[in-house]
Design a protein around this ligand. Structure first.
Ligand SMILES: NC(=O)c1ccc[n+]([C@@H]2O[C@H](COP(=O)([O-])OP(=O)(O)OC[C@H]3O[C@@H](n4cnc5c(N)ncnc54)[C@H](OP(=O)(O)O)[C@@H]3O)[C@@H](O)[C@H]2O)c1
Length: 264
């Protein structure tokens, strides 16, 4: 299958490119709607996987116009081409939910610019192309990958930092980015709609950090970061379609095995 991948040099995109054959799109920064259409006309993909985005929350807060361009307009223009598309969204769309969770796909309450733009993107893309698949990803981790920018993530923080703060009250999952890359191929055959897409986790973030500290005998000092919004997803909808991620601790175990991180 001829798959056009955006953001192929990004954190998730690079791992998707390593997991399946794709055509890497050029950077979409500053691209016009005509440019996006031309790119799709020239590459004639059977499907598009769209990972390019501004995914840093403070950057979106500081520059909402840039966030709107990258996180709403670009995906809308891709959807308008009519090609089957899988597009990444975020668990941040649940950041303003008042209940404990875990949250199903219809319980959204975005609480920052990034999340508001991602949710608007999901709605507009589905209006244009009801066959599109929107994947709400959790915070993802992996070891650095040679030749790509080294994005900070939970695992790397835990391995490198002397101290870190995570919330003892926050329920959220972290997911192994390589597992996300593997399931993304399967997501191409999902019926159109939004899906919670990642590991589930019954531990709080601080408990998860303590688990990893003890598992790898890490010297890090952990503190409670205080209250944080739950970002806890119920992934039953994806599971009903055969997409079942490892739980967070099992995903971390897999990553520890893959990289031989257990040095005791
Ligand atoms: N990383 C996470 O933990 C996480 C968690 C939840 C959801 N997500 C979502 O998953 C997707 C992939 O995330 P990621 O961590 O791989 O992102 P990333 O590495 O920060 O960025 C992916 C790519 O986006 C492109 N990009 C950056 N700024 C841009 C701009 N202003 N305009 C257009 N394109 C721009 C860049 O590609 P070029 O260099 O080719 O321009 C970059 O390599 C995103 O949709 C993100 O919102 C990520």
């Amino acid at each position: 299958m001829n798959i056009l991948l955006t953001g192929a040099r990004g954190f998730v995109g690079a791992r998707i490119a390593a997991a399946m054959p794709v055509i890497a799109a050029p950077s979409l920064r500053n691209m016009t709607e005509d440019g996006v259409k031309r790119l799709v006309d020239e590459t004639e993909p059977e499907a598009i996987i769209h990972t390019a985005a501004i995914s840093d929350i403070p950057t979106c807060e500081k520059d909402p116009d840039a966030s709107y361009f990258a996180n709403v307009l670009l995906p809308v223009w891709l959807a308008k081409t009519g090609v089957k598309a899988v597009l990444f969204s975020t668990d941040q769309v649940y950041g303003g939910c008042k209940s404990e969770g875990p949250y199903a796909e219809n319980e959204t309450a975005p609480a920052n610019t990034y999340a508001r733009h991602k949710l608007e993107m999901e709605k507009r893309v589905l209006e244009i192309n009801p066959h599109a698949v929107l994947l709400r990803a959790t915070w993802m981790y992996d070891m650095p990958l040679y030749g790509t920018a080294n994005r900070g993530n939970f695992l790397v923080h835990m391995l490198l930092k002397q101290e870190a703060a995570f919330s003892a009250a926050q329920h959220r999952a972290v997911t192994y980015a390589r597992e996300v890359a593997q399931w993304t191929q399967r997501a191409l055959s999902l019926p159109g709609g939004s899906y919670n897409f990642g590991s589930e986790n019954s531990l709080t973030m601080l408990e998860t950090a303590h688990w990893l500290k003890e598992r790898l005998y890490l010297p890090i000092t952990l503190r409670d970061a205080g209250p944080r919004p739950h970002l806890w997803m119920n992934c039953g909808k994806a599971k009903s379609q055969g997409i079942q991620f490892r739980h967070t601790a099992d995903g971390l175990e897999q990553c520890i095995r893959d990289y031989d991180l257990d040095l005791r």
